[in-house]
Design a protein around this ligand. Structure first.
Ligand SMILES: Nc1nc(Cl)c2ncn([C@@H]3O[C@H](CO)[C@@H](O)[C@H]3O)c2n1
Length: 238
């Protein structure tokens, strides 16, 4: 149910203009690309701050795609409003990440079963302990099955959502690596916590664009191909 007037200060959409399932890349220009490349009859519902959002159909099913920005504060705003004010049930983050584990390589698709974090985001819940931000199993299972049917190699495990891109502590990733963390990005933990608090569903699907240890890096062309694999997995969740 809709508890607040929409449009919001961040989203110009009116009630009913956003589908129950939303793909959320960080970059709004990637949202535009997905809408224009994959959706039938995409309609733009948001241009506030150029955080573009579109609703269309994919293989006959309604789906939306909207940018979420970089960092947990940003995706925290957009995903909160989608869950609480726009009656969205499922948000699937799709994005890039830096490889940490020796078991991931550039071009791999990684699905975050859990999202560890150095963020303060969970302090708002005043929990007497450490909350574990986890993906929705139903979405995770569907995504793994879609990846397998597309013959895309997928690695499932714990990821790190960091508040810091340029980390002054050069040992940080080693400390996370010893815990089996697969890769580092900057949004999933906040999305998973918002979903848990709202009783909704979330998943994070990533493509490894660089590796912090091997120095591997995707060429622009390979980046495009592996992003398409990730997008085509996410679109199957419509
Ligand atoms: N900390 C961090 N480190 C590496 Cl090596 C990354 N590779 C991709 N990202 C993602 O891309 C953006 C930063 O380039 C963020 O939204 C983040 O989620 C990364 N974030």
């Amino acid at each position: 149910m809709n508890h607040a007037p929409v449009p919001t200060p961040h989203n110009g959409a009116k009630s009913g203009e956003i589908a129950k399932t939303v793909l959320m890349p960080g970059d709004p220009l990637r949202a535009k690309f997905i809408a224009e490349t994959y959706l039938e009859n995409p309609v733009c519902f948001n241009t506030v701050r150029n955080m573009f959002g579109y609703t269309g159909t994919y293989k006959g099913k309604q789906i939306s795609v909207m940018g979420g920005g970089m960092g947990m504060p940003s995706i925290g705003i957009y995903s909160y409003e989608l869950y609480h004010f726009y009656d969205v049930d499922n948000i699937i983050r799709i994005g890039s990440a830096g490889g940490i584990s020796d078991n991931v390589h550039v071009r791999d698709v990684v699905i975050g079963m859990g999202a560890s974090t150095n963020s303060n985001f969970a302090s708002q819940y005043e929990l007497p302990g450490t909350f574990a931000p986890i993906a929705s199993y139903e979405l995770l299972e569907k995504a793994v099955n879609a990846a397998r049917s597309q013959n895309t190699n997928v690695v499932v495990g714990n990821i790190l959502s960091s508040d810091i891109f340029y980390d002054d502590n050069k040992n940080s990733s080693n400390l996370w690596k010893k815990m089996g963390v697969l890769c580092v990005e900057m949004e999933a933990a906040a999305l998973y916590m918002n979903a848990a608090r709202a009783g909704k569903n979330a998943l994070c699907i990533l493509t490894i664009s660089d590796h912090l240890y091997t120095g591997e890096s995707l060429s622009a062309e390979d980046r495009q191909v592996s992003f398409r694999e990730m997008m085509e997995i996410a679109l199957e969740l419509a």
